[in-house]
Design a protein around this ligand. Structure first.
Ligand SMILES: [Zn+2]
Length: 391
């Protein structure tokens, strides 16, 4: 997916900032299945067997434990597990989540909430808002706008239901104790593009003025080339949302953990939308550049670690249908030749990049070897690494 975007934006591969990070390995993502490098390449369709969903993958990355698909921060017995965010909070550090899809969707939810089913959006949103100790939550789900950012009256489930939305929409809501001083804290709630661009500093919930995702679900031909259909223009991009989160979190001298998701990359993959996939990946890539700039200007690579990876692959993208080959580069500004082989996730290894303080630990953890992809770690080992570095 990154390669399609590299070809379209630059006319060559490996042009993104993270593709030049010092730690570059691969990562397995299965939930209750497995990844067997000795047999998986035997048949093209083996990659379609037992892929993870985003809830189990997110939970694996936030707790270090495999669980069942649809599980949000709970184990296979449906018992709550401790997230790495909760561990950070218990050390007096700050935490946050940002996504281009609903903030109560599987990935941000799986770093903050605990629920037996990812589809319990309202309960998940309410846990995130009223019970969690995170300091910043940013994502879509705004029930007063449609997917084009036009005024509408949509379901309030993604933001916790009608009562919670009434509570949120006046600009302030009392949550749990986010800063650890024993007193419940008020969240500032921001919605407009200008509110995002102004940045904020206190505990913040950001819900941009769009329903399910910033751009990928907008009207117009979903199969059009990248950027052929005008983008929604009343919304922040992932870079701006990430800057808001960093501006909130960096007020804590003890440090922080921030999870930033380009969630609609997956949605474009499910819909086999080559153009919108490139748009979403470029939005993500630009956000990574902004985070790197933040590290260099406000911190340093000797005290901050950045991991860039995914939760799973989606759409089984190759150059030729049914063949495990590469995309064809047709030059900058021209769509590469892309064949989609699935509308679902796959069990393929995914790229994993890391840079900064402690990032070399991932090279040690990537002690399994795939005949084509080389060394890889498992998604449960991200927490192993962070715990080794922090505790
Ligand atoms: Zn998906």
């Amino acid at each position: 997916m990154a390669m399609a975007t590299d070809y379209f934006t630059d006319g060559k591969s490996n042009t993104q900032i993270y593709e030049n990070f010092p730690t570059k390995v691969s990562m397995s993502t299965f939930s209750q299945g497995s990844y067997d490098p000795a047999t998986i390449w035997d048949e093209f369709n083996n990659m379609n067997i037992a892929p993870t969903d985003s809830a189990a993958a997110g939970t694996a990355m936030s707790t270090g434990e495999k669980t069942y698909d649809a599980a949000i921060g709970v184990d296979i017995e449906e018992q709550d597990m401790t997230h790495i965010c909760e561990s950070f909070e218990s050390l007096g550090r700050s935490t946050g989540v940002v996504s281009t899809v609903e903030f109560s969707h599987a990935t941000p939810a799986s770093f903050v909430a605990h629920d037996v089913n990812r589809n319990n959006f309202a309960a998940i949103a309410n846990e995130m808002i009223y019970q969690s100790s995170v300091d910043v939550i940013i994502g879509c789900g705004n029930p007063e706008y449609d997917n084009n950012g036009n005024g509408a009256s949509m379901n309030t489930k993604y933001v916790g239901g009608a009562t919670t939305w009434a509570d949120l929409s006046d600009g302030s809501v009392t949550g749990a104790d986010a800063n650890g001083d024993g007193v419940a804290d008020d969240w500032s709630v921001i919605q407009s593009k200008s509110d995002f661009e102004a940045l904020t500093t206190g505990q913040t919930i950001g819900i941009p003025e769009v329903y399910t995702t910033l751009q990928q679900a907008r009207s117009g031909d979903g199969q059009a080339d990248a950027y052929e259909v005008a983008l929604n223009d009343n919304l922040p991009d992932l870079t701006t949302m990430s800057k808001v989160a960093l501006n909130v979190l960096d007020n804590n001298d003890e440090g922080f953990l921030l999870m930033i998701e380009g969630g609609a990359i997956d949605w474009a993959g499910h819909a086999n939308q080559s153009g919108r996939l490139i748009e979403e990946q470029e939005d993500f890539n630009t956000a990574v550049e902004a985070v790197c700039d933040w590290v260099e200007q406000n911190s340093s690579w000797s005290e901050t670690m950045l991991v860039v990876t995914g939760d799973h692959k989606t759409g089984y993208l190759t150059g030729t249908a049914g063949v495990y080959d590469g995309l064809v580069n047709n030059g900058a500004g021209i769509m590469p030749t892309m064949a989609w082989n699935s509308g679902n996730h796959t069990n393929q290894l995914i790229p994993f990049f890391a840079k900064g303080d402690g990032a070399q630990i991932f090279k040690k953890l990537a002690d399994q070897v795939d005949p084509l992809r080389g060394n890889y770690l498992d998604n449960t080992e991200i927490v192993t690494a962070i715990e080794a570095l922090i505790f």
